[in-house]
Design a binder for this molecule. Sequence first.
Ligand SMILES: NC(=O)c1ccc[n+]([C@@H]2O[C@H](COP(=O)([O-])OP(=O)(O)OC[C@H]3O[C@@H](n4cnc5c(N)ncnc54)[C@H](O)[C@@H]3O)[C@@H](O)[C@H]2O)c1
Ligand SMILES: O=P(O)(O)OC[C@@H](O)[C@@H](O)[C@H](O)[C@H](O)CO
Length: 492
Amino acid sequence: MPRLTAATLDQANSGVATPPYDRAGLVTGIAHFGMGGFHRAHQALMIDELLRRGEAREWAITGIGVRPEDSRMRAALGEQDGLYTLIEKHADGAQDARVIGSILGMLTLADDGAEAVLELLSTPTTRIVSLTVTEGGYNINQSTGEFLIDAPDVVADLAEGAMPRTVFGLIVEALRRRREAGTTPFTVMSCDNLPDNGRVAHRSILAFAEAKDPELAAWIDAEVAFPNSMVDRITPATTDADRRSALELTGLEDAWPVVCETFFQWVLQDSFVNGRPPYELARVELVDDVEPYEMMKLRLLNSSHQGLCYFGYLLGYRFVADATSDPLISGLLRNYIGREAIPTLRPIGGVDPAEYGETCISRFRNPQVGDTVARLCAESSDRIPKWLLPVVFDLLAEGRSVDFSAAIVASWARYARGVDEQGEPIEVVDNRREQVMAAAAPSDDPLAFIRDPELFGDLAERPEFTEPYLYALTALNERGARALLTELAERA
Ligand SMILES: NC(=O)c1ccc[n+]([C@@H]2O[C@H](COP(=O)([O-])OP(=O)(O)OC[C@H]3O[C@@H](n4cnc5c(N)ncnc54)[C@H](O)[C@@H]3O)[C@@H](O)[C@H]2O)c1
Ligand SMILES: O=P(O)(O)OC[C@@H](O)[C@@H](O)[C@H](O)[C@H](O)CO
């Protein structure tokens, strides 16, 4: 079968939507850090939709990879002229495949070097720099939100005369060059799952700039916009089965297609300093205040993902759809959402959070998406403090009970012991793996897991939390996940 490239596009199977627009002459307006699955299922799709309408020709995308492993994506996209297949999976088994043409290519530090990246970022036509570098990518203290200025790669970037290697170093150096050349700065648009993602990006970049050059930092603070956004589309990691599906559906071989659900949402703060694509013509909701949308999504959808993944794993499920179809797990999610998460939300006109929560549960149940419990269990120490613990702190401040949230934290602690209920090892994937697993290991201190103030603040000192947490942890250790879920359901 031919490989997907610009030259083979016309050989795609009939019914596959290929770019109907002329890709020659498209201009990179967006430089994107973190060219993973999600960006290609979400933001790149919106630009593709605009291009199909004859819009946004100056807003094509070039990716940037700062990690050595990003060379693989660069090669896959490079060999395909930036083209790739996006497969949207309906719950009834129907699949829509389309070829996306909005990405022009990708630069990596490993292959192209920092100077090439800086040139892209400094070119006047690059007007937005967007980010999906994961929750951990912002290099902040989980509990205080402070930028970790002593992180080794940051220290290296701050050294006199160093060529930048981090997202912060590259962005700040490019902004310095733009300022020196009298070029309008770009907007920095975070699309990561973080509360106040724009403010977090602002804070991290400013902290780096202050350490490098306080005058430049003041200019960035005054001149650069960092819009907040709420982004939503479940996009699992690509598998070989997805590669085979792409080939079957399109008739063209794709080294790195993307598979996702049909649901799509992007709520974006309309705050840009150097223009923006006409997103309102695509499916983007432009608003002044994204915060209530972000809170609803992170506290209902993302925290529920954590609510199902450890219990799901312990019960032997490996797919999100199977775990969520267990009534004990969906029951836990409904109790967490209805009794604990929703009472902490700010109202959004025209949006019923209970209905939103039910939609999340039915999305998790889509068996076609193939999302894995392992994907959701990974990097928990970046996720739980940003998604679930804000719910806990808000509930405690109101004197409300936290039984279900505490049980979810306990399920993480039980999972992080690294042994399942059958005694089989669990592969814990976390950038704080050693620390988290050591804290989870059986010891004389039942609260050891939650004693790290960077992750948990003062929760270990708060009986309103420790009492339900210890109840859940003891139940998990002594009676198992199914027994605890049954007890929680009976007590509700
Ligand atoms: N996958 C989803 O369902 C989904 C949905 C909504 C939002 N998101 C957001 O997108 C992020 C990425 O998800 P994905 O599915 O594309 O993951 P992915 O693993 O496919 O891609 C992650 C990308 O980020 C880069 N990266 C990771 N850490 C980095 C760092 N410290 N500095 C710079 N680059 C770094 C990687 O090199 C890679 O290009 C998530 O963490 C989340 O914040 C994902
Ligand atoms: O990719 P992460 O790190 O934000 O977290 C894993 C999932 O919970 C998340 O990716 C969801 O699938 C996503 O937020 C849905 O929009």
